[in-house]
Design a protein around this ligand. Sequence first.
Ligand SMILES: *Cc1c(COP(=O)(O)O)cnc(C)c1O
Length: 386
Amino acid sequence: MSFSAQAVLEALNSVVAGRASLHEPEINGNEWAYVKDCLETGWVSSVGSYVERFGEMLTEVTGVAHAVATVNGTAALHTCLLLSGVGPDDEVIIPALSFVATANAVSYCHAVPHFADSDEATLGLDPGKLDDHLERISKTERGQLVNVFTGRRIAAVVCMHTFGHPVDLDGVTAVCRKYGLPLIEDAAESLGSLYKGRHTGSHGLVSALSFNGNKIVTTGGGGAVMTNDAKLAAKATHLTTTAKVQHAWEFDHDQVGYNYRLTNVNAAIGCAQLERLDAFVERKRRLAARYAAAFDGVPGVRYFTEPAGCRSNYWLNIVLLDPSIDGQRDVVLKLVNEAGLMSRPAWRPLAKLTPYRDCPRMDLSIAESLYRRLINIPSSPCLVEI
Ligand SMILES: *Cc1c(COP(=O)(O)O)cnc(C)c1O
């Protein structure tokens, strides 16, 4: 049997009957009660008990010692990069296959993204390929890693857990150690995902979470900086609260800071959502198992399952077309979207976007192939009954 887009639609329909969006939030826990509490008590802005509680809950869920809640995930990433010492004219290694926020956060530091290729097995950074690339293009000069072709310092590596699937953290960590680079985890998509039993976001020097409306847990808009380093956590709080120096009444600010704090209203929603994270993950994993069975034996496509040694939150489910039919992606997208089953391609590789097309990069053939072959299919937890 050969590939047919109709067979993909039928497999999808066998799991998700009728219409379905890509990922919708489920607001039917304590969100109403907690938000009402904020409104009734007047604690609506950046100071309040839900902000504190939300941070504490995040540390409990992830096992990371400190969490600083922020307005969104992009702000969290920006803060992570600043905390890692990224500055003007530095280069930061980031995956080419990621959401644009990963690159934008680097630009906000007046630094330059340096794009790295993906690993087919994880969809995240390929540590072996990164190592070979750094061997070729970098040298250590006065204790700093320098790109010999651009003359710029290479300051950090950002890895990302693509659609919830953990990257090869052992491999990436080893490369970072070898070259003396801090690791930042963009864990925006992977709350609830484990790598060898440990939470994603707990392996790097710092990590960023997102609670945007489409993420597994939402605060409306929100994010968090996570770290095991108490000093960095204190700096994160300082930077995200306009670098205000503590004083009973005086307005004193000791550096250029940011107004990046999460509000109490948003944190209230987040607390109620986090109470249900385990239930969301469990239902998403049941949905994933159904998709895996439905796509088993469908010619030309493969349902992507969690990498070995990992427990994924299956944030967005993925089917991959065989390389031989990578021209068929849009045929499938058109058919299934018209049938009311919202599906989307992966992000266009960042190195191709107008603001980033002149940035340094390695060979990106796997990221480009994944972009031509990957389709995200409906993934809301509500697609599985409670
Ligand atoms: C969602 C997301 C972000 C940023 O999140 P916002 O909260 O929307 O700013 C960053 N990186 C990745 C990979 C994401 O998916």
